[in-house]
Design a protein around this ligand. Structure first.
Ligand code: GSH
Length: 342
């Protein structure tokens, strides 16, 4: 009998401590009043600080959405620029709370590294950027090429796999900082720059040093890998992971329901029960997530829905003009699909 009581008390203690532990990162973030979000060094459209030091981009907008859900204010974010080599250590050690560093969701990162991917904010794939004067039209013509690549990336691994599978050789030039990779490529220290196709498009649109222009470079047609890019948190705080997961889903769900930063106030009067739930007019979702009932309203009002952020940062309203492609909503033939907010 005593043994049973002791065991039950032990179990209750475990459950309680489990609950307490579940919020330890979230408690620290709230006490600090600031979200530490790891980002890249600087890639147009995803994460780039402007001349006033204000960070902008699709990845930055996901940090802002999390901040909006947590604090009712999208600007309570400290951005920490990290190289591909540094980003996972920085989140493991607690230097940052989350990483929006264009990190590809893979099994080993999600498990052995002690991390969690909380969704996919951009479906990408690896490609190759070449100067047109190299005279190459296909990746299959790259045998013997010198290729610039960042360490600690899936890029490095896919590159080796692709060349081996196609019985081709290459000489890697491994450089950690993305600005130094671009400089090396534009200086001709490598024939080819390989990374995610979106980052190549950004480099081609925003980083070509004059007098050369966008038209002097070409992204080869082959996409050699799947690069589903996701927000990253460390293991140990499920509640914080849930907030990061649902902040992104809220942006996607808002787009699906036609809720955007311009009409969100009007949408508060909608009769649609799903919209009422999403915007917190019918309460419950905020409580379940442990945030204010107006969390989605605040995200959409201050950051915009997924499509607005995409168009502004990467799409027609940006210099990049990247096609939505796989990142269209599922209702438009794409892969972006948020589970229901209910
Ligand atoms: N998605 C790949 C590669 C991502 C990556 O880190 N790429 C770097 C180096 S090319 C980058 O573009 N970083 C953006 C930046 O630092 O601004 C991965 O997760 O390993």
């Amino acid at each position: 009998m005593h043994k049973f009581i002791a065991a039950a008390a032990g179990l209750a203690g475990l459950l309680l401590s489990g609950t307490a532990m579940a919020g330890k990162d979230l408690d620290a973030i709230k006490a600090r009043g600031m979200l530490n979000c790891g980002v890249g060094i600087g890639t147009a459209g995803f994460m780039l600080a402007d001349s006033q030091g204000k960070w902008k981009g699709l990845s930055v907008d996901v940090c802002r959405a999390v901040s909006a859900a947590l604090f009712g204010d999208a600007e309570k974010v400290r951005y920490v620029p990290l190289t591909s080599q540094q980003r996972f250590t920085a989140v493991q050690s607690g230097e940052v709370d989350m990483v929006m560093g264009n990190a590809t969701y893979t099994l080993t990162r999600d498990t052995a590294l002690g991390l969690d991917f909380t969704g996919i904010f951009y479906y990408d794939g690896q490609s190759f950027l070449v100067p047109k004067k190299l005279g190459v039209k296909s990746a299959k013509e790259l045998s013997g090429a010198t290729i610039c690549v960042a360490p600690g990336t899936t890029t490095e691994l896919n590159l080796a796999d692709y060349f081996r599978a196609n019985k081709m050789s290459f000489k890697p030039v491994v450089i950690e900082k993305v600005d130094e990779i671009r400089a090396a490529f534009f200086a001709g220290r490598c024939d080819v720059y390989t990374t995610d196709a979106s980052a190549l498009a950004a480099t081609r649109a925003a980083n070509v040093p004059p007098p050369r222009t966008f038209d002097d470079f070409l992204i080869l047609p082959e996409i050699i890998s799947k690069e589903p890019l996701g927000p990253v948190v460390r293991h140990g705080d499920n509640q914080f992971a849930d907030i990061v997961r649902w902040a992104l889903y809220a942006m996607i769900e808002a787009e699906e329901y036609g809720i955007n930063s311009k009409n969100v106030d009007e949408m508060l009067k909608s009769d649609n029960p799903a919209i009422k739930r999403i915007l917190g007019v019918t309460p419950g979702m905020g409580k379940a997530l442990g945030v204010d009932e107006k969390w989605v309203y605040t995200i959409v009002k201050q950051v915009g829905n997924y499509g607005e952020s995409f168009d502004r940062n990467l799409g027609p309203e940006s210099p990049l003009k990247i096609d939505r492609g796989l990142n269209k909503l599922w209702t438009q033939g794409g892969l972006q699909y948020a589970p229901p907010i209910r």
